[in-house]
Design a binder for this molecule. Structure first.
Ligand code: ATP
Ligand code: MG
Length: 417
């Protein structure tokens, strides 16, 4: 019996594209994520179409298209305000070093195209009538909440080792269980991960850590020990691969950078291990610095040893590493009940909110004004004194008013002479 689904608008809008291809005698169906997500009742992200038409035939049917990846058979068709990736049915023969196929071959049959896909839930097709074509029983796996490779899992992972990370990513994203045979194959071939570019490892990891169930992803990464086998060694991998009970709570931190930082703050990971790990993952500099700043805040706060200096250390730390990193760090302290400063979280929060200025820009005095008042030539001392004034203001000991700031500067200047 045919299973039919109600299609979301994005797919309904693409039906004329399928129909135009069918009218010319070709086969054309929806494939991949949009079919899977529709079958799960989830919103879809984009619409992928597979067809028996060759790229040049696709291009001759649709006046507006972009030859996105002709060598892989992909043409982006623009139709009625939508854009759709239309890819010719293909097989992938021979894989270069466990990653990309050396050769793709265009074929006439949908079956062969679905066979090259990674997981059964990603290997279903749907026609314009919403009827499912599901030779690998992906729908059954969806119902049983199972992630399973198409066909022989050993072969799938050997062909393309990235699929191991995708397997874990989808299992965590949907909270599915990985089929026993698929899991065993994954563990068996885990060392093939070294063939995968670190950028791609990072992209998958980002989706796991930033996703709805990062704890589950980390648990699976730990259990498979997959992260030990990346092409560039991740110095923090060993520690990350130890299942930590706090991982299961990671989803309660809603900022992905805070999640990365929380992970790297695990006991036994040094600052330089953390830095090397982020570098190895080829994180964009800005993102890397944002995460590292949170670790620096932790490092600075560790210098604290007595209660009396709490506000001073916190305030100087906020001035040094900025509000964003400090708030991120605080969110981790609030989140982690075992953090040694957890009980002080409300104080940190209160003090932070009460800071009248956190940057030199926010100080109502600049270097030129200061130098004029003290009748000195600007120099090294100017910045130092402005910072000293900023600290007093941030500690709420001195109002952020030009006259009062100058008065304090006069006093210090006299003391220093
Ligand atoms: P999402 O985009 O929501 O993450 P998706 O299923 O659309 O999920 P894509 O990476 O966009 O994932 O890939 C589209 C389809 O291409 C997949 O559904 C799958 O059928 C196939 N596919 C993608 N990557 C691979 C791979 N490494 N090996 C085999 N098939 C793949
Ligand atoms: Mg997709």
């Amino acid at each position: 019996m045919e299973v039919r689904f109600d299609m979301p608008n994005l797919m309904l809008q693409a039906i004329p594209v399928l129909e135009a291809l069918v009218q010319q005698g070709f086969e054309a169906v929806f494939v991949g994520g949009c079919v899977r997500d529709t079958a799960m009742g989830l919103p879809i992200k984009d619409v992928d179409i597979a067809t028996s038409a060759r790229p040049e035939q696709v291009m001759s049917i649709f006046p507006r298209c972009i030859p996105t990846g002709l060598q892989h058979g992909t043409v982006t068709v623009l139709h009625d305000g939508g854009s759709y990736e239309v890819t010719t049915f293909r097989t992938e023969s021979e894989y270069e070093k466990h990653r990309r196929p050396l050769q793709v071959e265009f074929i006439d049959r949908l079956d062969g195209d679905l066979l090259r896909r990674d997981l059964t839930i990603n290997a279903m097709a749907m026609n314009a009538a919403g009827e499912l074509y599901d030779p690998f029983r992906g729908l059954n796996d969806l119902k049983n909440r199972t992630i399973r490779c198409v066909g022989d899992a050993d072969a799938r992972f050997q062909e393309d080792a990235l699929r191991m990370l995708r397997t874990i990513r989808f299992a965590s994203q949907f909270e599915f269980t990985i089929a026993h045979t698929t899991w065993r194959a994954l563990v068996r071939h885990r060392e093939l991960l070294r063939h995968i570019a670190m950028e791609r490892v990072h992209a998958e990891l980002d989706r796991m850590i930033g996703g709805a169930h990062p704890g589950r992803a980390l648990h699976l990464l730990a259990a498979s020990k997959l992260l030990r086998y990346t092409g560039t060694v991740l110095p923090a991998a060993e520690k990350l691969a130890q299942v930590d009970p706090s991982y299961s709570e990671l989803d309660k931190l809603n900022d992905p950078d805070a999640r990365y930082a929380a992970l790297l703050l695990a006991e036994g990971i040094t600052l330089s291990d953390a830095e090397e790990t982020l570098k190895a993952l080829r994180l964009p500099t800005q993102k890397m610095n944002a995460i590292l700043s949170v670790l620096f805040v932790q490092f600075a706060m560790n210098q604290l040893n007595q209660q009396s200096g709490l506000r001073l250390v916190w305030t100087s730390t906020v001035l040094q590493y900025g509000e964003e990193a400090s708030r991120r760090w605080l969110s981790i302290v609030v989140w982690n009940q075992k953090h040694h400063l957890h009980d002080q979280k409300n104080l940190f929060d209160k003090w932070l909110d009460a800071m009248p200025a956190m940057t030199l820009k926010q100080l109502n005095l600049n270097g030129k004004q200061l130098a004029e008042e003290l009748q000195r030539v600007t120099g090294n001392w100017t910045g130092l004194m402005l910072k000293r004034l900023l600290l007093e203001v941030a500690l709420d000991k001195l109002p952020n008013e030009k006259d009062l700031l100058l008065k304090q500067a006069q006093i210090w200047n006299a003391e220093d002479q």
